[in-house]
Write a protein that binds this ligand. Structure first.
Ligand code: MIG
Length: 669
């Protein structure tokens, strides 16, 4: 059962799409309204309560013991003391003597103090403006998620090629850079479906332009790549460059489609293009207008996009830059003591992503001017929605790949998310794993991290181990920052191992696509904590580094350098496969309980549940379309009779249902 409770007069976020009845008196939480208009919901936590959810956040699967702030932020260092990343995913499950889900539907900042201030209390604080609280009660954890997901609507479904391997790097600037990447993969028989275009493809970082020196005939280049079965995926940034004669700028100004200052003039911020205006994607006509601009690239053959900097990130604001200059002038540079120096540092470090700046510009919503901080967390959603709604018109028959950096619940209907600027750190493999089920709970099924890590320098073993998790994630993309060590597979020596590992992704594609689609079409999760599948198992909630992937299997990736094995917990008897490639593997049945299992650097472990099947494509395939899901090899643990319903479709149609797309596979012993 799901019920809602309205507090104040909140902004409509459109996160929830089904009609939900109002409950009479709020259960599970005490509510308090502060004098300055904030709402505080709180309850005691018992020692055994476990908290799940909150989507894209740092730390573990169990969210207890930290404070998380939904406040979409361009955070470049995902260390464990951080409270906010790019998403605002306000859904939490409390599992203990009481078991329920709570969704805080609000567009402004929300703080989840999950036992940080007081280990025995959960306190949720909603900034001024009101909210709608949804409480979900159901028989089990997975059922709570399903009921919540039904209320927020079906998750975004990408084209099937979006499940292929993607290579990206900030620093591929011209045609030849991309050709070379493609050639290296194709020559070596390493799977590849997409190459990403980062900001350098644009003319002076202007959205919807292509630099004519670097790409003399872009449409032709897109065609050339398609002949190789490669999809180019350009980045789109939120800020629109202020430049006379640039039509996106001119049209936006003319029609009043940009965010405003209090006095009605267009708000100025600084990002990659220099001075920009932000399109007011929360205002429907402006949203429609911005979305239609994607047409320019669609017409040149592009079928996928990633939306960046849409928190929106600000290097500086026009107004504050002047203030900072004044402050700097006021410093005594000739005789600077240490405090003066710290002050200088604070001035400079405080210029980007300033809370005061977010509270100083406005959107037009339902005819009213609404200050940005009141709706900050749905801005990225507005941008991605702009694109998705335009695609429905511009590409009615074919799915378009789309994922975003900033997001809130509701955006899951329009696109996926990538996990942002992680680092080439071993701990970020684990973080990648821990975010997956939490994102699934909030509707984000199409997701993945920058494999190999975005910032810092990758090593060969890190990339290989990371791929051993990445082969399971719907978005499987190797991406890195400008200036870091190059980390395409061909930069390293173990070519055979990389080919085999990426080949395994293509081999597993029939199962992974099937599980993704079933999860999307039934509002289910694809990645689950063990406790969601084994609710009676007292040890399952303690497992923070293994996941169930779909209905048949469990994964236990290695995320420590120089480890050649790991401890694994089996909630039941399972068959372990140690996979080196599609054709090289060994298998062993393990009893329920704790085990130490070996896995060399080129080996990935999967564990199949009793009477379950993981269908694999028997033959090769170096791009998704080439994977033959008719000719299967079955990895299975049939003790009596194992059944699997394999979902498949053409990979592009928008209209999809389970009916007519399932094929039953049976293995009898
Ligand atoms: O300020 O476009 O998260 O994936 O490579 C950095 C350059 C802007 C941030 C994205 C990252 C991308 C980078 N962008």
């Amino acid at each position: 059962m799901i019920q809602k409770y309205v507090f104040g007069d909140p902004i409509r976020t459109e996160a929830v799409v089904s009609r939900i009845g109002e409950g009479d008196s709020l259960r599970y939480f005490a509510v308090e309204e502060t004098e300055d208009g904030r709402l505080i919901f709180s309850r005691a936590l018992s020692d055994h309560d476990v908290l799940y959810g909150l989507g894209e956040t740092v730390r573990g699967i169990n969210k207890r013991g930290w404070i998380y702030v939904s406040d979409c932020t361009d955070e470049t260092s995902h260390t464990e003391e951080k409270r906010s990343l790019y998403g605002a995913h306000n859904f939490l499950i409390v599992d203990g003597a009481d078991r329920f889900g709570v969704f805080v539907d609000a567009a402004q900042k929300v703080t989840f103090d999950c036992g940080y201030t007081d280990p025995g209390r959960l306190t949720v604080t909603v900034e001024e403006g009101g909210c709608v609280l949804y409480l979900i009660e159901n028989s089990g954890l997975r059922e709570i998620v399903r009921e919540f997901r039904a209320a927020i609507g079906r998750s975004y479904i990408p084209p099937k090629w979006g499940f292929g391997y993607g290579q990206s790097r900030w620093g591929y600037v011209k045609e030849e850079d991309i050709r070379e990447v493609v050639r290296r993969h194709r020559d070596r028989g390493v799977g590849l479906d997409s190459v990403y275009l980062d900001i350098d493809y644009m003319e002076r970082f202007k959205d919807f332009t292509v630099d004519g020196d670097r790409f003399p005939d872009f449409a032709d280049f897109v065609r050339e790549m398609k002949e190789e079965h490669i999809h180019l995926v350009p980045i789109i940034d939120a800020g629109v460059k202020i430049e006379k004669g640039y039509p996106v700028y001119e049209e936006g100004v003319e029609n009043g489609y940009f965010c405003k200052n209090e006095d009605g003039t267009d708000y100025v911020a600084g990002v990659w293009p220099g001075r920009v205006h932000f399109p007011d994607v929360l205002n429907p006509p402006a949203r429609k207008w911005f979305g239609r601009w994607y047409r320019v690239l669609l017409e040149q053959g592009i079928e996928g996009f990633w939306n960046d900097m849409n928190e929106p990130a600000m290097f500086y604001s026009g107004k504050h830059l002047r203030e900072a200059e004044e402050e700097l002038r006021g410093l005594n540079l000739d005789d600077m003591d240490v405090w003066g120096f710290f002050h200088l540092k604070d001035i400079v470090m405080g210029i980007a992503n300033r809370p005061e700046d977010y509270a100083s510009f406005y959107h037009r919503i339902d005819g009213r001017m609404v200050r940005h901080d009141r709706v900050h967390n749905i801005y990225g959603t507005g941008m991605t929605r702009a694109a998705a709604e335009a695609f429905e018109e511009l590409s009615p028959d074919r799915r378009i790949l789309l994922f975003s950096r900033a997001s809130s619940v509701g955006m899951h209907r329009y696109g996926g998310v990538w996990m942002g600027d992680n680092q080439s750190w071993w701990s970020h493999i684990l973080l990648n794993l821990q975010m997956l089920p939490a994102l699934n709970m909030c509707g984000f099924l199409y997701t993945g991290a920058d494999l190999g890590g975005f910032g810092s320098n990758a090593t060969e073993d890190l990339l290989l181990r990371w791929l051993e998790l990445g082969i399971f994630t719907p978005l499987m993309r190797n991406h890195a920052a400008l200036g870091t060590r190059r980390q395409e597979f061909f930069q390293f020596g173990r070519e055979e191992d990389f080919r085999s590992m990426i080949g395994l992704r293509y081999a597993l594609l029939p199962y992974l696509y099937s599980e993704f689609m079933k999860a999307a079409l039934t509002n289910d999760m694809m990645f689950l904590p063990l406790s969601f599948v084994y609710p009676e198992d007292p040890f399952a909630p303690k497992v923070e580094d293994q996941l169930m992937v779909g209905e048949s299997m469990m994964i236990a990736p290695i995320y420590r350098q120089n480890a050649s094995g790991r401890y694994v917990y089996l909630p039941e008897r399972m068959k372990m496969y140690r996979l080196r490639s599609r054709d090289s593997m060994d298998e062993e049945v393990l009893e329920a309980g704790h085990h130490y299992v070996d896995a060399a650097l080129n080996e990935v472990l999967i564990f199949i549940r009793p009477d379950h099947i993981v269908p694999m494509a028997a033959e090769g395939g170096v791009f998704a379309e080439q994977v033959d899901s008719e000719n299967l090899r079955l990895l299975h643990f049939a003790e009596k009779r194992a059944v699997y319903d394999l979902y498949d479709d053409d990979g592009v149609s928008r209209d999809v249902t389970l009916e007519g797309h399932l094929r039953r596979i049976v293995v009898e012993r």
